[in-house]
Ligand binder design. Sequence first.
Ligand code: XMP
Length: 506
Amino acid sequence: KVLILDFGGQYNQLIARRVRECNVYCEVHPYNMSLEKIREFAPIGIIFTGGPSSVYEEGAPRLEKEIFEMGIPILGICYGVQVMAYTLGGTVKPGHIREYGRKPVEFDTDCTIFSGLAEEANALMSHNDTIYELPEGFKSAAHTDSCPVAAMYNEAAKLYGMQFHPEVTLTENGTAMIRNFLYNVCGATGDWTMKNYAQTAIEQIRAKVGDGKVLLALSGGVDSSVVASLISKAVGRQLTCIFVDHGLMRKNEGDEIEAVFGDGSINFIRINAEDRFLARLAGVTDPERKRKIIGEEFIRIFEEEGKKIGSVDYLAQGTIYPDVIESGVGDSAVIKSHHNVGGLPDYVDFKEIIEPLRQLFKDEVRALGSELGLPENIVWRQPFPGPGLGIRVLGELTKEKLDLLRDADAIFREELHLAGLDREINQYFAVLTNMRSVGVMGDGRTYDYTIALRGVVTSDFMTAEWARIPYDVLDKVSRRIVNEVKHVNRIVYDITSKPPATIEWE
Ligand code: XMP
């Protein structure tokens, strides 16, 4: 395994991701991890990340020289190479040459990191400080027109570093450079796979939980489902999952979740609370008010169930890497309230939180889910808002309207799946507008609802582009919905991006 020492840079997660893509296990730890701890961790290699500081600044993260004398190969990136140069007696000049953005770099392909790669390629630079004098035993391994030491190396000592960021896709051959370090310097064998990860995680959970009890709020989303599956494999019926079905799920979704988790291998509690939610939402039309009521009712139900269970030892959460907010340098990560309806259920009496997905990226969570044998419909489930269809039936909610939307939405999803578009469109759904219009069916006049279809392509859901769904697919969806779903006589497709629109309509 590889150790990534975190100096607080913005791309640190990406470094971990690249290393894992090379099938090498890695963990990110704060830069000030003690030498003793590092020895215990026994990494085959260490990567120093970038960071916002300047090595000469007061309070800048520094290293002890001994770390370079442990015989462990090290790769320093951006601040990581500066701190390496500084600690080993080179000089780093602040503000001497500033470089930002993608720049052509020339490489010395004798250096193992660049061997077998192009002699010139573009790389993402983002630094204020530069290495001015190399430490003893080092050679420059790359330069740009303004920076003579864009990379340095000491092959005998197995120490390498670069000013640019190999972890971002803007840097050509970046992953290949990381791979060279892992395979040709550290001697990695590339045996880290989701299968191994699953085994290790299961063993760790088992060791930690012992004969304790674990509680998990299961929403049926990818993250909480994978956590449920992992913990159930580790401790079986010591795990209790509470699934609050608020009646605002998509068609058959509640039953699908029950089919997967209700087989008796864990304590699975499904609360069918549709009536309670609908009663509280009756007559409410304002979207934010609807959200608030759904969130509150959710907490209330969880609270009631939590009381019945009594105290538990651990509360499990599906927190994943992108949920972990980096604050400051290296350590002290803050948890974002994961469950997207209610936040941390702090009324449940528990000792500790366990978050087995805390180090994983979304695509890795999906791969792990497949590895654990979860069905495709759960592993590839698109993001679904906590308030569910409550914010996709515009205005007042009724059971009839929800059922109508569920049918229309199911047709849309089925057709996108058949057209092979369901993985490239990141979120897609039907909305029941509260508009009715005149139509003609057979010989009769109709006055029925309009269904809006929405599909977006996005990587972060902060901005999104409307999906260019082929006309013939839209045509088929439109025909099917008006024919198969009563009280719908018009279909529109939403062609606004975000911004200025949002993904959801409410
Ligand atoms: P918007 O509509 O804000 O949506 O562009 C961005 C992403 O967030 C989801 N979303 C929600 N998720 N509770 C949630 O848990 C909510 O109230 C909520 N509103 C929007 C939306 O589905 C999209 O993925």
